[in-house]
Each structure stands twice: as structure tokens, then as C-alpha cells.
Design a protein. Structure first.
Length: 141
């Protein structure tokens, strides 16, 4: 038969008739239920299978409680997308940081090269001054 249990996912019986322990309702279950509830609210006609599944519940749930639950689920999904955006921002920040590190490395390399040139220039001046001192010292003797 085409009847499928939404608890154990086996064919031939409804969830109300299922002898297996109730399965933990995963996020997909709640997502489907939320979409069906929204369709009912908008007046969209459901297929028999969808109506049976929506009505197939052992517990009486307060409509406000259900609405709060689905709002919470929607908020979680929204937060997940925020996390994704934050991750992208962090990735772009890491790229910028890497670029800044490269720029800083280049600046330091240029600074070191300039310092070496200054040191070489100062050594030449120092040699010239020593020669001048030596020649002046000879003149005084």
C-alpha cells in the first residue's frame, strides 16, 4: 500500500499505529511541518498525503506554542546564515591581513636595504675621516 509511517518510514501503517518508539524529530521534520503550516495559513490546498501527515500527531499542541517553535526554528536558520556571512567576512579579513603582512614584509625589506646603504656610506666617510686624521696628525709632528 502507498501509506507510509512518518515515524519509522516503513510502508503499510500510519505513525499512530506504529509499534516502534517515536523517532526523534530532526530539523527536516520541523522544516516540512513549518512549511505545511504556512501553506495551510495561506489557504493553499494540501494533498491528502500532506494533510494526513500534518494531522498525524499524538499530542495536542497549542497553536501559540507551535508558532513560537517555528519562529525559533526560523531564527536558528537565520543565525546559521549570519554565521555563514560572518565566516565570509572573516575569510575576507584573513585575506586582507595576509596582504597587510606582505606589505609590511616588503616595507621592512626596503628599510633594511636602505639601512645597509647608510651603513656602507658611513663606513666610507669614516675611512675618509681616519685618513684625514692620520694626515693631520703627521702634519703636527
Amino acid at each position: 500500500s502507498g501509506i507510509q509511517c512518518f515515524n519509522c518510514k516503513e510502508f503499510g501503517h500510519f505513525a499512530k499505529e506504529c509499534r516502534k518508539p517515536k523517532r526523534v524529530k530532526d530539523s527536516m521534520y520541523h522544516k516540512e511541518k513549518m512549511l505545511l503550516c504556512k501553506q495551510v495559513k495561506k489557504g493553499v490546498p494540501l494533498q491528502d498525503k500532506q494533510s494526513n501527515w500534518l494531522a498525524d500527531t499524538d499530542e495536542e499542541i497549542d497553536e501559540q506554542e507551535l508558532e513560537a517553535h517555528y519562529s525559533y526554528m526560523a531564527k536558528i536558520q537565520e543565525d546559521d546564515s549570519d554565521v555563514t556571512l560572518d565566516s565570509l567576512d572573516m575569510f575576507e579579513h584573513d585575506i586582507q591581513t595576509d596582504q597587510n603582512v606582505e606589505d609590511e614584509h616588503d616595507a621592512l625589506a626596503n628599510l633594511i636595504a636602505n639601512l645597509k646603504l647608510d651603513v656602507d656610506k658611513n663606513k666610507k666617510i669614516q675611512k675618509q675621516l681616519k685618513k684625514a686624521n692620520t694626515s693631520l696628525a703627521h702634519e703636527l709632528e
